[in-house]
Design a protein around this ligand. Structure first.
Ligand code: ADP
Ligand code: MG
Length: 878
């Protein structure tokens, strides 16, 4: 240690205080990182990794970023889940060493800066605590002040907690760690969510410490009002969040004015697989918004409305009254397209009031933020009036929202008086406060201006006085204002000129008078800046007092934006209002898939689906590509949309709200996404069989496909029987399968109905009609589909011949044929095998043509030879 340079020692000290964070160490115009940090930073930010001497013969890795670009680099690190501690230089050098202190720790879940936040997605900081079977979960969004907690107990706690955790997709999650024990995150971090797991001392999660933190923060003596007293696990998680913020982001605490205790039982439970399968907020394939349900419903005009709509889609309601209330609001805007347009016009370009209020409350607001707030407040009375003028039978449903948009005239008046029309980006640029707002400020301003004018005239005056035409007045940081004269003329300067600096070709002078005005200019400028900053802070403080009201306004606007967006979607896509009923029924007439119908632009074929007490299980058969999966998802989506409070893509929809939607998409169908294995499929199926209630909707698409045909068929069969026969758990079930053998179930299970996707045969080929009809599919049409897929004609011909033989009960293998090849022909014909081994992407067009000839040659060869083997059931073609 003695061999190290003082600065290295200082660095190591700071690093010891923040071992889990990347330390950004300010060195002049750069933030430098060292050692392992430097390696991470160089890799993640594509920076050059160099090294630096730190003592006798020692060098360590180094990577740095320029100070002016800090935010952009921070954003990238934080997005990838890193914590960053920023050490700044503070004060004056001591023994030649700048003192440094960590002034800020940036973590993924505590970001407030717009550059670090995604506009249309929430950014949650969560805390997770477990005890026995119970789990407590709390979360907050420091940029908006949202703060909530919940807990689960019982054997299903973990599953339900994980589902909720996934819905939230927090950016950062605290979990308890006991010193000396290894820190293991409570959830597998490998998932779609990039979450930074932050170990936090277990004693901070202890009931006592957590309670104290909550009591002190909310300045209360009991937590009854928040509903937390009898929710010990939720309380512990919430208390840990507060303690963590005290350490990392204390300025955010003032935003957390309340905490909501909630229960996920109020909402439809969607397990992670179902969220993914239904592609609610992002598509399963690319992960982007395109192709998601959100993408067809989102006409929101503000980021806060966008975030709320997204939250609604992942949290459908269960309570009929709550759903109807939202539907009424949507309908109010469906009825009144003019009001909808006007509201949209107001909201377009409307500031993100929710996060704006957050920045003001935490002292991070810029002058532009205040101007945005002024704009927002100016628009409020008009929006309110517009909402109150709405007519139509459901206009009343919007009234309470209008009432919450209570304008704040005093605040608006203050902002208008105080703030210039178009303030600069940063306070340090000056010119933020309007003329006439503060007499003192104006006085300093005019002093500064006068002195400035005097200086500007000086040059002219001195040229005349001295007769030196090259004379110039200049300014630099070291000497301040000076008079510059060329070397040649320097001899003839007046006697009151004091020489200050000699350059190659010129001399620089000052005069006592010049220095006096200089002091005035600089003093006035400094005073002006100080005063302006003070006035600005006052202004922010004053706004801060209205934070709860601003938050309420922001939430009302977000809500309006979201319901108007659903109305816009309903109008554009011709949706209808779903009818909620107590009757045990799910009836959809002329239903469409909301996303697929957009892609098909008018060519989508609507379908009716009815599930009720007599027919609860629908077995849907039909060949591949006939539209089975689409129909299944469409039913699930219509139910989900209805419970979100949205209109639905159908001519009519009548339903009783469901408690859960389960979906299980067969392993085979999901393989493309590289996620599933047969084991996972069976796990999830087991979960459904255990959890589905008579109020649930279960969607099973091709289960049992990930294993051999007979296994798969047997499993699918048994699952269907179980769902039918369970004495208490009798969910409504849609079961799509290419095993048309399953249609036999309807013959002995009274509540099972068969349906199939219609197919028309034309000239030996088939056309999909996408129409669901009663009864099972009579055939699988596997060979037709193979033909459509472009299998060589000879293969198709041979397959037809084999099928005919099998259907007649004849063996596919001729008795006189040579001993059968061990491989079943249908699955393993050499041509098929060759095709399977083919990688089209790696072939040139010419090679492809050659390959085609080769395949044809093989086919003709083999059919002539009549070589054959035992054929597998046709289902193998799926
Ligand atoms: P399956 O599950 O029976 O194999 P899919 O549901 O995957 O079939 O549908 C295959 C394709 O058929 C879809 O990608 C879509 O383009 C089209 N399709 C499905 N349903 C319809 C419909 N109702 N109207 C028009 N086209 C449809
Ligand atoms: Mg399918």
């Amino acid at each position: 240690m003695e061999d190290l340079t003082p600065i290295r020692r200082q660095y190591l000290d700071l690093k010891r205080q923040h071992p889990d964070a990347i330390l950004f160490f300010r060195l002049g115009d750069f933030y430098e990182t060292f050692d392992a940090d430097a390696e991470i930073v160089a890799r993640e930010l594509d920076l050059v990794l160099t090294s630096r001497p730190v003592g006798k013969g020692q060098r360590v890795p180094l990577a740095g970023v320029p100070a002016h670009a800090l935010e952009a680099y921070l954003a990238r690190l934080v997005e990838r889940g890193y914590r960053v501690a920023i050490a700044e230089q503070v004060g004056e050098p001591v023994n030649g060493l700048m003192p440094r202190r960590v002034v800020r720790v940036v973590t993924p879940g505590t970001a407030l800066e717009p550059t670090l936040l995604e506009e249309r997605a929430p950014s949650y900081l969560a805390a997770w605590v477990e005890e026995g079977e119970g789990i407590g979960l709390a979360y907050c969004e420091v940029s908006t002040g949202q703060f909530a907690a919940t807990q689960w107990t019982g054997p299903e706690a973990r599953r339900e907690a994980e589902a909720e955790w996934l819905r939230l997709s927090p950016r950062e999650c605290l979990y308890p760690v006991t010193p000396g024990e290894p820190a293991t995150p409570p959830l597998p971090s490998a998932g779609e969510v990039a979450c930074a797991f932050t170990p936090f001392p277990a004693h901070r999660f202890a009931p006592g410490a957590a309670r104290t933190a909550l009591l002190e923060h909310f300045r209360v003596t009991s937590l009854h009002a928040f509903g937390l007293e009898d929710q010990p696990l939720a309380l512990r998680a919430a208390g840990a969040i507060l303690q963590y913020l005290q350490e990392t982001r204390p300025e955010a605490l003032s935003l957390l004015v309340s905490i909501e205790m909630y229960s996920t039982a109020r909402y439809m439970l969607l397990d992670p697989a179902t969220r993914r399968n239904l592609e609610l907020v992002e598509s399963a394939s690319g992960g982007g918004r395109r192709g998601s349900l959100l993408s067809v419903l989102d006409f929101t005009r503000t980021p806060m409305g966008g975030r709320l709509l997204r939250a609604w889609l992942s949290q459908p309601l269960r309570d009929r009254a709550a759903i109807e209330a939202r539907l009424d609001q949507v309908e109010a805007f469906v009825e009144d397209p003019i009001a909808r347009d006007r509201l949209a016009a107001h909201l377009r370009g409307f500031p993100d009031l929710e996060r704006l209020a957050g920045r003001i409350g935490s002292g991070l607001a810029s002058p532009r933020d205040l101007a945005a707030l002024r704009r927002a407040l100016t628009a409020l009375p008009e929006i309110q009036a517009l909402l109150r003028r709405m007519e139509g039978p459901h206009a009343g449903a919007v009234r309470p929202l209008a009432d919450r948009l209570e304008p704040l005239p005093e605040l608006l008046e203050l902002l208008s008086r105080a703030l210039v029309d178009d303030p600069p980006v940063t306070l340090s640029e000056g010119g933020v406060i309007r003329l006439g707002f503060s007499e003192e400020l104006d006085r300093w301003r005019s002093l500064a201006r006068e002195a400035q004018a005097w200086l500007a005239e000086l040059e002219q005056r001195e040229r005349e006085r001295t007769g030196i035409r090259s004379l110039k007045v200049g300014y630099n940081k070291v000497f301040g204002y000076y008079i510059e004269v060329s070397k040649a003329a320097a001899r003839s300067v007046p006697s009151d000129y004091i020489r200050k600096q000699t350059l190659v070709n010129a001399e620089r002078f000052i005069t006592p008078e010049l220095k006096e005005y200089e002091t005035q200019v600089l003093n006035a400028a400094a005073r002006q800046a100080e005063l302006e900053a003070e006035l600005f802070r006052d202004l922010c403080r004053r706004i801060g007092e209205e934070l709860p009201r601003l938050r309420a306004i922001a939430q009302a606007l977000a809500h309006l934006d979201a319901v108007a967006s659903l109305a816009e979607a309903a109008a554009r896509h011709r949706y209808v209002r779903p009818e909620l009923t107590e009757e045990d029924v799910l009836e959809i007439r002329g239903g469409r898939h909301p996303v697929v119908e957009q892609a098909l632009a008018g060519r989508f074929v609507p379908n009716d689906v009815v599930l009720d007490a007599e027919g609860r299980i629908l077995i849907l058969t039909g060949p591949n590509m006939a539209g089975k999966s689409t129909l299944l998802r469409q039913v699930a989506l219509i139910v989900l949309m209805a419970q979100v409070g949205s209109f639905v893509p159908a001519d009519r929809a009548r339903l009783r709200p469901v408690d859960r939607i389960f979906t299980r998409i067969g392993a085979h169908d999901e393989l493309a996404a590289g996620r599933s294995t047969f084991m996972v499929e069976m796990n999830e199926t087991a979960y459904i069989l255990h959890q589905a209630t008579s109020d649930s909707l279960v969607v099973l698409d091709e289960i049992g496909r990930g294993t051999s045909t007979y296994d798969g068929l047997a499993i699918a069969w048994a699952v269907a029987e179980h769902l039918h026969n369970h004495p208490k758990r009798r969910p409504k079930v849609l079961f799509a399968t290419h095993y048309h053998e399953l249609t036999a179930l309807a013959a002995y299970l009274p509540r099972v109905r068969n349906a199939h996707m219609a197919v028309a045969e034309v000239e030996g080929g088939i056309v999909f009609l996408y129409q669901m009809r009663p009864g099972g599919a009579d055939r699988s049409y596997g060979i037709h589909v193979a033909e459509l897929a472009g299998l060589p004609r000879a293969v198709i011909r041979r397959a037809r011949e084999l099928l005919r033989r099998l259907e007649r009960g004849e063996p596919a293998v001729q008795p006189k044929a040579p001993p059968a090849a061990p491989l079943p022909l249908f699955a393993e014909h050499p041509v098929v095998q060759a095709l399977r081994n083919l990688d089209p992407d790696s072939l040139s067009p010419l090679e492809a043509l050659h390959k085609l000839y080769e395949l044809k040659g093989m086919v003709e060869g083999s059919s002539r030879a009549g070589s054959s083997a035992e054929a597998g059931p046709e289902g193998g073609w799926g």
